[in-house]
Design a protein around this ligand. Structure first.
Ligand SMILES: *[C@@H]1O[C@H](CO)[C@@H](O)[C@H](O)[C@H]1NC(C)=O
Ligand SMILES: *[C@@H]1O[C@H](CO)[C@@H](O)[C@H](O)[C@H]1NC(C)=O
Length: 501
């Protein structure tokens, strides 16, 4: 094996320094803007000074901001949020069993082992990800589940990822922490800094057959470089659409630069796994030439299921039987299209259409949203076992985000039997069959979103029909064992073709 270059030598060329710093500044910029909370004056002035043109500032005028400054907390919930695990038997059952924070999904994985054993080779997979156990989001949950599945199938996995002192996920597999910086003001984000000499030695000792890189951050690049030097197969998975976040934050002028980086990064991966055809087209359009493969995300259709319906939950939340529940579940950040959701609910209210709006999830936009929607029930962040009851006990799912690469929550809602109204954007468009299990609306068109929402809220037969179709699509397409099986096949092909044995 070749000698690993020392840390000093890795960054000697000016170009790489350049790339690295611009990337760090960009990431810091994006995350520090996202920390903005109108209740904090300092953040506000920084934001206003630097990013005066930002969209959601225009409706958060100085007056509103000062008012919220005085009021320490957002408006109180009209209904206290119940402890779902106490009142919903399924949630309780699920919580007791959760390993990776969710289901007993291993059963289906084990079934597959029996079928597959001997079919493929054992792989040694080194996974690098920017999110593994310190934050609970779609990426970290998927990767934990993936590692759990790979280990159950007899593959070896070494995970390299940043971590912190209070991990929120009981992670799967062996984790080697990568040094990282905390993003200012965001306790839950860590930016990896360097692939240290020790980590490189660990990689060399592990002798991976496949290096899987899930995050194209500075360490992602270093891991890629390491793999190139050692002639090991590089599999990359595309999870976060950084470039589309940029135009949202008024950083559009960096977009070309970001695409250059993106192209360069993914062109050095032997495979790039994308969650939807739309993303594949977009990457191809921007010059990612080869190795694009579809790897959809899955959803645990046993956890997210109409059987999780919990009448006691509706009762506790004081929702009447004849009030269809309109649900939104995601991290509450404005770029998820929250303003559209707010508009839809306001229109439903203005027209006196009987419904109850429920929002699950937490985030910087929550306080403002609670102000705008005083009649909505905000449940806060929920664990999967609680969320599954929330979905199944709702009636319509509205999710206007257009930055999703896949839209895990849409798949979860479908599996739970909810008709959906989503933005017509690449991720969602792959899951939703317009008019069959829900509707797609132009991403920012609140009026169209409202029309579809109204149709579903007022027509229970339509809801039932779409609920059934959505569940069927979810079960057929997004079952985890299918999803990971595909991945292992990809690894096999790749390792066979490229990695030294
Ligand atoms: C979860 O556990 C229950 C009870 O043992 C079982 O009926 C169900 O099939 C399991 N689901 C999965 C995915 O293993
Ligand atoms: C979604 O967008 C695509 C491409 O812009 C368009 O062809 C399609 O008709 C749209 N679908 C719906 C339901 O609006």
């Amino acid at each position: 094996m070749k000698r690993t270059p020392s840390f000093e030598r890795l960054f000697t060329s000016p170009k790489q320094w350049n790339l690295f710093f611009i990337f760090v500044i960009f990431v810091l910029a994006v995350f520090s803007i996202r920390t903005v909370d109108t209740r904090r004056k300092i953040d506000f002035s920084i934001e206003y000074g630097l990013f005066g043109t930002r969209k959601d500032l225009s409706h958060g005028s100085l007056e509103v901001t000062l008012k919220t400054l005085v009021k320490k907390d957002g408006p109180q919930d009209p209904v206290a949020v119940p402890d779902i695990e106490e009142i919903c038997p399924h949630a309780h059952y699920q919580a007791e069993r959760s390993l990776v924070g969710s289901s007993n999904g291993t059963a289906s994985a084990e079934e597959h082992i029996r079928v597959l054993q001997g079919a493929g080779s054992r792989q040694r997979i080194a996974l690098y990800t920017g999110a593994y156990n310190h934050i609970r989001d779609g990426v970290s949950m998927t990767l934990n589940r993936m590692v759990k599945y790979l280990l159950a199938q007899g593959h070896e996995v070494l995970v390299l990822a940043p971590t912190n002192s209070h991990p929120v996920i009981n992670h799967a597999g062996k984790l080697s922490p990568v040094p990282s910086l905390q993003i200012p003001g965001r306790g839950d984000y860590q930016l990896s800094t360097f692939l240290t000499k020790e980590l490189k030695e660990e990689l060399e000792e592990f002798r991976p057959t496949v290096v899987h890189i899930a995050t194209p951050d500075p360490v992602g690049w270093q891991v890629q470089k390491w793999a190139v030097q050692h002639e090991i197969a590089i599999a990359c998975s595309f999870h976060t659409h950084f470039t589309s976040y940029m135009s949202y934050y008024g950083l559009g002028f960096l977009e070309n630069y970001a695409w250059d980086l993106t192209r360069k990064f993914y062109n050095q991966c032997h495979h790039t796994y994308v969650p939807s055809y739309g993303i594949a087209d977009e990457l191809r359009h921007h010059g990612v030439k080869h190795g694009l493969l579809l790897w959809t995300r899955g959803v645990d259709t046993d956890v997210y299921s109409p059987r999780k319906k919990c009448p006691a939950l509706r009762q506790k939340l004081k929702i009447k039987n004849d009030e269809p529940v309109v649900l939104l579940a995601c991290r509450l950040v404005w770029e998820k299209g929250l303003q559209v959701y707010v508009d839809v609910i306001k229109r439903l209210e203005a027209q006196g259409i009987k419904h109850k709006s429920v929002v699950a999830g937490d985030g910087p936009a929550r306080a403002k949203m609670q102000q705008l929607l005083p009649n909505t029930i905000f449940l806060g962040a929920q664990k999967p076992e609680q969320l599954s009851c929330t979905y199944a006990s709702s009636d319509v799912y509205i999710f206007p985000s257009r930055t999703e690469t896949f839209g895990v929550t849409i798949a979860e809602a479908m599996a739970s039997g909810l008709p959906v109204v989503v933005a017509n954007a690449s991720g969602p468009a792959m899951m939703v069959q317009h008019g069959v299990n829900g509707y797609m609306a132009p991403p920012t068109d609140s009026k169209v979103f409202f029309d579809y929402a109204k149709e579903l809220v007022t027509d229970s037969e339509l809801r039932q029909r779409m609920s059934k179709s959505g569940r069927e699509i979810a079960v057929q397409t997004f079952h985890w064992s299918e999803v990971f099986n595909n991945l292992v096949n990809y690894y096999d092909v790749l390792a066979e073709a490229i990695s030294p044995r």
